[in-house]
Unconditional design. Structure first.
Lengths: 319, 215
């Protein structure tokens, strides 16, 4: 085989983050004028491309009960291999193309069938509740998976604040979209803005995370800055990125991948090893950093917590 | 200029040169593997690279006949077999990246997957169809089969190229630009053959075929 097995070390382990930061500070120090800093950053980005995404701000977190005890994926993999079609369809595209994406100022409008619709600034979102670090499994519909230390709190926190009306049955999410900032979104075969949705009881489940950071810092642009959803028992595309609108409503909202191909991507999209994607098996998955496949777990291993949400439902029909 | 090109094409180094060029992709992959630089998902990277290069070499092979006629460079035939065999080389690597990491070298499991998944079915069919072409690519086999029959057999590369494009098209989720690009190239190369054949049929007097040479 041509594959050179990694030595078991992650990139993040080889070069501790503090070194990244010190190097950046060191380079900053070099820049006498602002322009010099820019030159330095550019120079640095050529020498240490993986370090350019570490623009995050450190976040203070509390421990969370909702965490799995598994080997965390390397920071470099999670930030350089992902889908964010607004920035291109290659897995390496988001890391390259999302760097100039402006995520400040940012507001999220929570509206619809609620008693007190409200716009939240990112600052407000960061202070609504203590930020928890939650290590979740994350399973893509394309059969690769990662384990990520996300930062955030349950979406229910913000939903309870605006007080859903009895007629609210679903939550619709919408991503930011501006073709001028996302020129690579053209020709990717999806309609934008990206939209997603959950049933209200799913959205209120404590595992449904409103996420503002990962690996101890605010989210990198390519991973859905500044605020995204993480729904660990569903395929990755349900975890919508760069959210600008959350709307409660009585009808099931349209979702982007379902609109693109409804028989392949259902509204629920629960991770389910027994219901295959029409084109490939979902029984197995590959952890980034590994060679061979291993078994996919029902609801991505969160069956104990979430299976009751779907009691009596035909999960093949409502895939 | 033209004389120089033709002289090079028939010269002894031309084949070595093309051979070395055709090895570049696999050398590049090996180098990246050695450096541990195969992206976050090395298996997928190898699968996509070897798949891409299979399609490219199928297209290069299909380019030979039209280019010989359009550029009036019959000498290009010398490279057709080599390019075809490189397509087979890359598809074999492609197959191994599927049989190994995806199927853990379990043939029974693989065959189940082949039957069940249309996109695997067409890819596997293209691979299997290429095996007899690779085996009968020698001068000895051309003699044994006879030019006509040999040529008929080797026309199945048209089917392989089409299946390869379908395989790719069925793999992607929503961004169909690359499979369409390969599809368009294969389409042009096949349409050229149909048109050429129609013209030849209409005007048999001017029709001529360059004799097939096993080089």
């Amino acid at each position: 085989m041509l594959i050179k097995k990694p030595t078991g070390l992650n990139y993040s382990e080889i070069t501790p983050k503090s070194v990244y930061f010190n190097r950046r500070n060191f380079l900053r120090g070099l820049g006498i004028a602002g322009a010099a800093t820019v030159v330095g950053e550019r120079f640095a980005s050529i020498l240490w491309p993986s370090a350019t995404v570490l623009a995050g701000t450190k976040l203070t977190t509390v421990k969370s009960a909702y965490t799995v005890d598994e080997k965390i994926s390397s920071y470099n993999d999670v930030t350089h291999y992902n889908n964010f079609y607004e920035f291109g369809t290659d897995k390496a595209d988001p890391a390259k193309n999302a760097q100039k994406f402006h995520t400040s100022p940012w507001t999220v409008s929570v509206e619809g069938d609620v008693k007190t619709p409200r716009k939240f600034s990112l600052d407000e979102i960061l202070k609504l509740a203590p930020l928890e670090e939650r290590i979740y499994r994350h399973r893509c519909v394309e059969r690769w998976s990662i384990v990520v230390p996300w930062i955030g709190y349950s979406l229910s926190t913000i939903l309870n604040l605006v007080e859903p009306l009895p007629k609210a049955k679903y939550v619709a999410f919408q991503s930011y979209y501006d073709p001028r900032e996302m020129p690579d979104s053209r020709g990717t075969g999806l309609d934008y803005p990206y939209v997603e949705g959950l049933r209200l009881d799913e959205a209120m489940h404590p595992l449904a995370l409103l996420c503002v950071g990962m690996y101890g810092e605010t989210l990198p642009n390519q991973d859905g800055a500044p605020v995204r959803m993480v729904i660990p028992w569903k395929y990755g595309y349900k975890s919508i990125k760069s959210i600008v609108k959350i709307k409660l409503q009585s009808s099931e909202p349209p979702t982007t991948w379902n609109r693109q191909s409804s028989y392949e991507y259902g509204f629920y999209s629960n991770v389910n090893p027994n219901v295959d994607h029409p084109r490939w098996s979902q029984a197995t998955e590959r952890r980034l950093g590994e060679i061979f496949m291993h078994k996919t777990l029902m609801f991505n291993g969160y069956a104990d917590q979430v299976a009751s949400l779907y009691a009596g439902m035909d999960l093949k029909k409502f895939h | 200029m033209r004389a120089i090109v033709r002289k090079f094409l028939v010269g002894r180094w031309a084949k070595v040169f093309v051979f070395a060029l055709a090895l570049i992709p696999v050398v590049r992959i090996a180098w990246r593997a050695y450096r541990g630089d195969l992206t976050a998902n090395p298996v997928e990277f190898l699968q996509h690279q070897t798949g891409d290069w299979t399609l490219r070499f199928l297209i290069f092979t299909l380019c030979i006949t039209p280019f010989r006629k359009l550029l009036d460079l019959p000498e290009l035939i010398r490279f057709r077999r080599m390019l075809g065999l490189f397509a087979f080389f890359y598809v074999s690597l492609h197959f191994l990246t599927y049989l190994g990491p995806d199927q853990s070298f379990n043939f029974a499991g693989m065959l189940k997957d082949v039957v069940k998944r249309p996109f695997i079915t067409v890819g596997f069919a293209a691979f299997v169809l290429l095996i007899p072409l690779a085996l009968t690519s020698t001068a000895g086999w051309i003699r044994r089969l006879g030019g006509k029959r040999w040529q008929a057999l080797h026309r199945s590369i048209y089917v392989c190229a089409c299946l390869g494009v379908i395989h790719y098209y069925w793999l992607v989720k929503s961004d169909i630009r690359k499979p369409l690009f390969y599809g368009a190239l294969v389409g042009i190369l096949l349409v050229w053959r149909v048109v050429n054949w129609l013209i030849k049929r209409k005007a048999p007097a001017v029709a001529h075929t360059t004799p097939l040479r096993a080089s």
